[in-house]
Design a protein around this ligand. Structure first.
Ligand SMILES: NC(=O)c1ccc[n+]([C@@H]2O[C@H](COP(=O)([O-])OP(=O)(O)OC[C@H]3O[C@@H](n4cnc5c(N)ncnc54)[C@H](O)[C@@H]3O)[C@@H](O)[C@H]2O)c1
Length: 352
């Protein structure tokens, strides 16, 4: 079914209010999830609501926590997410980083102890909107691993996302690379399982290390594993995320002791840089414009598939879904409805 994004947003706000969030938090979390749906990343949209409600009930997600600064000196901020909604605490940590990068030219943010921070690109967009360049390295703990290391045949890592964001030649077209370091994000495998779809070959292995296209192989015991993006290169990048977020930022790694709590914990090491401290702002903009024009003028292999910039697919999906509504498959809707019923809310009656 297709649901209008404002309607979906209002329903998500009601759910988070009933789950104990104050109005501002409910707005921020709902806004982040619906924005992920609008950008085409359904894996990080409203499909996460049942997981969040379950983690609230288990006490591994705590409502109305904004996070707190553990220490700050020079360019550095260490921020404790207090197990609050990641969408709130990572946003707060990014605000601090933006302030610091504006005053000092650069900021290094170490975020720990946050519940799922969602679509990392949203923090890159936050920095690009402030005219700043940013790099984010994230790891995931608090549940079992999902991704096999290159040459390995069982899961030892998570989908450890990376985001690199640079302001564009025009304000509404920033360049945003935002991706998992696995061939697919776990949420996308879950969405495929919910929709009864097969995966492309070469994405997943089963528990015996054999290639499979069945998304259930990741969730049913004995479980298989996702493969890293671009073989050894994705594995190496994922391992570096584990080190940068899990060790350098102090969040802890996915070693066996940190897998048992059946929740989602993100740590993040972010670097935010003011490009005006390095190059002339006019030159920065015109040089970006020139290279964009050059690269995107490459004749497309497929007539209807022009060369895009990182960040363009999300903007295109956003425009389409704002106009047409957000598609939600029946299994995902059933899961969200059941979770909402636990809070006394009948979603189907609300939609009638
Ligand atoms: N919080 C977490 O723990 C966590 C873990 C993993 C992933 N994620 C999030 O999951 C989301 C989905 O990740 P993904 O790996 O499935 O993303 P993806 O594979 O859909 O896209 C990755 C990137 O590629 C770019 N892109 C896509 N097509 C392009 C084209 N034709 N030309 C140029 N650029 C193009 C996109 O703009 C995007 O920056 C991301 O938002 C990520 O932050 C979060």
């Amino acid at each position: 079914m297709l649901v209008g994004h404002q309607r979906l947003h209002a329903l998500a706000v009601r759910i988070f209010r009933l789950a104990g969030s104050l109005p501002e938090e409910a707005e921020v979390v709902a806004g982040h999830l619906i924005e992920a749906n609008l950008c085409g990343h359904d894996s990080h949209g409203v499909v996460m609501i049942p997981h969040y409600l379950r983690n609230l009930a288990a006490g591994t997600l705590r409502p109305n926590k904004r996070g707190k600064t553990v220490s700050q000196s020079g360019a550095f901020v260490v921020y404790d997410g207090e197990r609050g909604y990641g969408q709130v605490v990572a946003r707060e940590a990014t605000v601090l980083g933006i302030e610091r990068a504006r005053s000092s030219g650069v900021a290094v943010i170490a975020l720990r102890n946050a519940h799922h921070i969602g679509r990392i690109g949203s923090y890159g967009e936050q920095c690009a909107a402030a005219g700043l360049v940013s790099l984010f390295f994230v790891n995931v703990t608090g549940h079992r691993p999902y991704v096999a290391p290159h040459r390995g045949r069982d899961a030892r890592l998570s989908t450890n996302p990376v985001c690199i964001a640079v302001p564009g030649a025009v304000p509404d077209r920033p360049i945003i690379l935002d991706m998992a370091t696995s061939k697919l994000a776990v949420g996308k495998v879950r969405v495929a399982a919910n929709q009864g779809q097969k995966l492309a070959p070469g994405v997943l292995i089963d528990s015996a290390g054999r290639p499979t296209t069945d998304p259930q192989a990741l969730f049913e015991a004995p479980s298989g594993a996702l493969l890293p993006l671009a073989e050894h290169k994705g594995y190496a990048l994922s391992f570096l995320c584990e080190l940068l977020a899990g060790v350098v930022a102090g969040g802890g790694t996915l070693k066996p002791e940190n897998q048992a709590s059946d929740t989602i914990t993100n740590a993040m090491l972010a670097f935010i840089v003011d490009p005006d401290r390095l190059v002339n702002p006019d030159w920065f903009r015109t040089e970006i414009e020139a290279i964009i024009d050059y690269v995107t003028a490459s004749p497309p292999v497929g007539v209807s598939e022009p060369v895009l910039l990182p960040g363009d697919p999300e903007r295109q999906q956003r425009a389409k879904r704002i106009a047409e509504g957000v598609p939600i498959d029946s299994a995902t809707w059933a899961q969200i409805s059941e979770a909402a019923r636990g809070l006394g809310l009948d979603l189907d009656a609300e939609l009638d």
